[in-house]
Each structure stands twice: as structure tokens, then as C-alpha cells.
Design a protein around this ligand. Structure first.
Ligand SMILES: Nc1ncnc2c1ncn2[C@@H]1O[C@H](COP(=O)(O)OP(=O)(O)OP(=O)(O)O)[C@@H](O)[C@H]1O
Length: 258
């Protein structure tokens, strides 16, 4: 199977801090892939470099065989991105946002209108379609962001924490939409801290820790007979300082009458 995403020695430093220390990520085409790792492991930095949002200091990234930084037009036509801390055009309505995105992507007007209507309906946003995005809730923003990322039918979709702030019913809908996308041969890659979700959805998992990939492969191989949560704890471990502070003051109450 060919890889939809492949990186070689991807590297990024912020001042003294090495955020991504030589990542070789490989995600086969058609996968529903999870990128997991503790806070600060380098997931967002890695996804930002792969999607052309942040220039790497070293290494390379390819999508469907096209180099992200040498062939940006080919790459950007193929990908959809729901980044962390998504910035939206706040003074557009949800519907206008989708129409604008679709036109930017060069999709004919009639097709954009039809797709936007269908996406708004699937995301349960039809009633809020004409409300300004600035007035959307956190979950609604996530859903309109995802709708915008899906509009041009990307072959590789990147999602940074897509389920954060999304209610269970909407999460179920998102899951259905993403499953449908991967069933059509497209690839979905998302970062998450929720191991149950990754275990339930993904057939491929990459585990990052301290800027490196520490395990990667089909879900069953990474789990190795354990729950994914246990595999994660075993792989990532706890740092020596963890659990050292005894927090003896926490919960201590002055004795009554003193
Ligand atoms: N713009 C930046 N300037 C300085 N340091 C940064 C910047 N972006 C990320 N970092 C640092 O790089 C490291 C990796 O951060 P990153 O956001 O990629 O981690 P993450 O795995 O996505 O974490 P989380 O799960 O908490 O979202 C962290 O130590 C972070 O402090």
C-alpha cells in the first residue's frame, strides 16, 4: 500500500527548545490514523509542518508523493485541514464561510451551494447557517471548520483534536462523516488525547513522545494485546519527577476548634 503521508527526519526548534526531533511518520493511504502523545510531545508542530503551515528546520514531508514545501499547490489541492486554535472569518455567517471557502477552492458556484447545504445539514447547523460565526459555540466552530475542510473532497484530511468541545451526538455525526470519507479511499489523520476514541476509530496509530515517534503501525500491533491506554502509558512512561511531590497540603484542613 502506498503512503498518503510520509516524513523523513522532520525537525523543528523554537529557540533552545527542540519541538520535533527527527520524525519519520508514515500513514498508508485509506487509513483512519491517530496521532497520539502527551502534552508537548510535538503533535501540533508536526501536523503544522506537514500541512504547510509551519516551515521545518530540517527534513521533508510528502503527501501523495508530492513534497509539501517544493510542490505546495499540488499538496494544498489534495488536503483538508482543521488546525488547532482554528481562526475563522468571524463576520461571515456559517453558510457564507462555506461558500467563500468553496469559491477560493475553485469549485463551481452551484456545486458549492449544494455541498454547503448538505454539509450544514449533516453537521446539524442548518438552523445556525445564517448566524455570524462570531456567535457560534466552541463545538459549532469545530463543526463549521470541519465542513470547510471537507468541502473540496480532500484525499487527505488532517484534524487537530477534532472532537474537543463537541457534544456526543455531534461527535457521532463527525465520526460517521469521517468513516465515510475513509471508506471512499481517502485518508484521515487526527491528533487526540482520548485513547478510547482512537482505539474505536483508528486502524493506524502513531505515538509521539518528546518530539519523536516511539511506536507506529496498525492499531493491533501498537496495542500488542493491551488496551491502547496501557500501551500508551507503557510507551510514553512517566518522567522521573512525576509523582515525586507529595502534595501533602492538598486536602489538609485545620482541626476543628483550633
Ligand atoms: N510557537 C512556539 N514557540 C515556542 N515553543 C513552541 C511553539 N510551539 C510549540 N512549542 C513547544 O514545542 C513543544 C511541542 O509543542 P506542540 O504544541 O507541538 O505539542 P503537542 O504534542 O501538540 O501538545 P498538546 O497535546 O499539549 O497540544 C512544546 O514544548 C511547546 O512548548
Amino acid at each position: 500500500m502506498t503512503d498518503a503521508v510520509r516524513t523523513h527526519g522532520l525537525f523543528k526548534r523554537f529557540g533552545e527548545q527542540v519541538a520535533v526531533a527527527g520524525v519519520d511518520l508514515a500513514v498508508p493511504a485509506g487509513s483512519f490514523a491517530g496521532l497520539v502523545g502527551p502534552n508537548g510531545a510535538g503533535k501540533t508542530t508536526t501536523l503544522s509542518m506537514i500541512t504547510g503551515l509551519l516551515r521545518p528546520d530540517g527534513g521533508s514531508a510528502e503527501i501523495d508523493g508530492f513534497d509539501v514545501w517544493r510542490d505546495p499547490v499540488q499538496v494544498k489541492a489534495r488536503i483538508g485541514v482543521l488546525p488547532e486554535g482554528l481562526r475563522l472569518f468571524e463576520r461571515l455567517s456559517g453558510r457564507e464561510l462555506l461558500l467563500y471557502n468553496g469559491r477560493l477552492r475553485g469549485i463551481p458556484k452551484a456545486d458549492v451551494e449544494r455541498r454547503a447545504g448538505e454539509l450544514l445539514s449533516v453537521m446539524d447547523l442548518t438552523d445556525a447557517a445564517d448566524k455570524l460565526v462570531v456567535d457560534y459555540s466552541t463545538g459549532m466552530r469545530k463543526k463549521i471548520g470541519l465542513a470547510a475542510a471537507l468541502l473540496h473532497n480532500p484525499s487527505v484530511l488532517f484534524l487537530d483534536e477534532p472532537f474537543e468541545g463537541v457534544d456526543p451526538v455531534s461527535a457521532d455525526t463527525l465520526t460517521e462523516v469521517l468513516r465515510r470519507l475513509t471508506a471512499s479511499g481517502a485518508t484521515v489523520i487526527f491528533s487526540s488525547h482520548v485513547m478510547d476514541l482512537v482505539e474505536r476509530l483508528c486502524d493506524w496509530v502513531s505515538v509521539m513522545s518528546a518530539g519523536r515517534i516511539v511506536a507506529q503501525g496498525p492499531l493491533a500491533d501498537v496495542r500488542g494485546g493491551r488496551s491502547l491506554n496501557q500501551a500508551f502509558l507503557d510507551l510514553v512512561g512517566r518522567s522521573p519527577q512525576d509523582g515525586q511531590a507529595d502534595l501533602s497540603w492538598l486536602g489538609a484542613r485545620p482541626e476543628a476548634g483550633r
